[in-house]
Design a protein around this ligand. Structure first.
Ligand SMILES: *Cc1c(COP(=O)(O)O)cnc(C)c1O
Length: 230
């Protein structure tokens, strides 16, 4: 069931990549396993899936430490400074860096362990008050500040688009994110490569890919609805 769902999403990801004039391998599908049991992750590992996303640092830690073979876990949800220690040597990429304060803590923990931590800057592209992330205008200044940290490498940008009924409503948001990525890339800031654009979830990942996403984070379409009461 989960395996079939994954295959279907993977096929749509490929088709959208081709539609946007890219190679299917240029778009990474991250299976967002938050709240879901380890057995669901193991089912996907058996069919070769290697990229998983979690939004709670402690849950990422527990799953990372329990899986039967090494796979990549992405920290996609908001990260508090006191939780950096759980993900620093486990997350392959932290998608949700949105302040110098958080970057300072990542720097400290990464330096202590002799690591370079790869991060994305989270952008609140639609300016919703309920969302974490910096505004489009604040993004380049923040990138420039965080680029100074020697144990952090900025790989690109991430956004969580508004929850909408029709994914077409988010097309302009995704397009603005791609433009922002290109604008910052053209500045050639040291220690910043701007090759990753993480955007698109169950409801809108195809539109996000058409507009340039290189990573999509899909939960519900693969694992089914989440139950937060348990
Ligand atoms: C939960 C979550 C997703 C996946 O959402 P779905 O709509 O279930 O695909 C993607 N990104 C982030 C940051 C999330 O927290």
């Amino acid at each position: 069931m989960i395996e079939e769902n994954y295959r279907k999403v993977e096929e749509k990801v490929r088709a959208a990549a081709v539609r946007s004039g890219r190679q299917p391998e240029d778009v990474t599908l991250i299976a967002v396993s938050k709240t879901k049991p380890l057995s669901d992750i193991e089912a996907l590992i058996r069919i070769g899936v290697r990229e998983f996303g979690e939004n709670k640092p402690q849950e990422l830690k527990e799953k990372y430490d329990s899986v039967s073979q090494p796979v990549h876990f992405h920290q996609i949800g908001h990260l508090q400074t006191n939780k950096v220690k759980y993900v620093i040597d486990r997350a392959v990429l932290i998608h949700s860096v949105d302040s110098v304060h958080l970057a300072e803590q990542i720097q400290k923990e990464a330096e202590k362990r002799g690591l370079t931590t790869e991060v994305l800057i989270e952008v609140n592209a639609a300016g919703e008050d309920t969302k974490f992330g910096v505004s489009i205008d604040e993004t380049e200044p923040l990138v420039r500040e965080i680029a100074k940290f020697p144990n952090i490498r900025i790989r690109g940008l991430m956004t969580i688009a508004p929850f909408v009924d029709d994914p077409e409503e988010n097309r302009a948001v995704f397009r603005a994110m791609k433009q922002l990525l290109l604008d910052i890339k053209s500045q050639k800031i040291d220690n910043v490569d701007m090759s990753v654009l993480s955007m698109g979830m169950t409801n809108d990942y195809e539109v996000a890919i058409e507009e340039g996403a290189t990573m999509v984070r899909v939960g519900t379409a693969i694992f089914g609805e989440r139950n937060y009461d348990i």
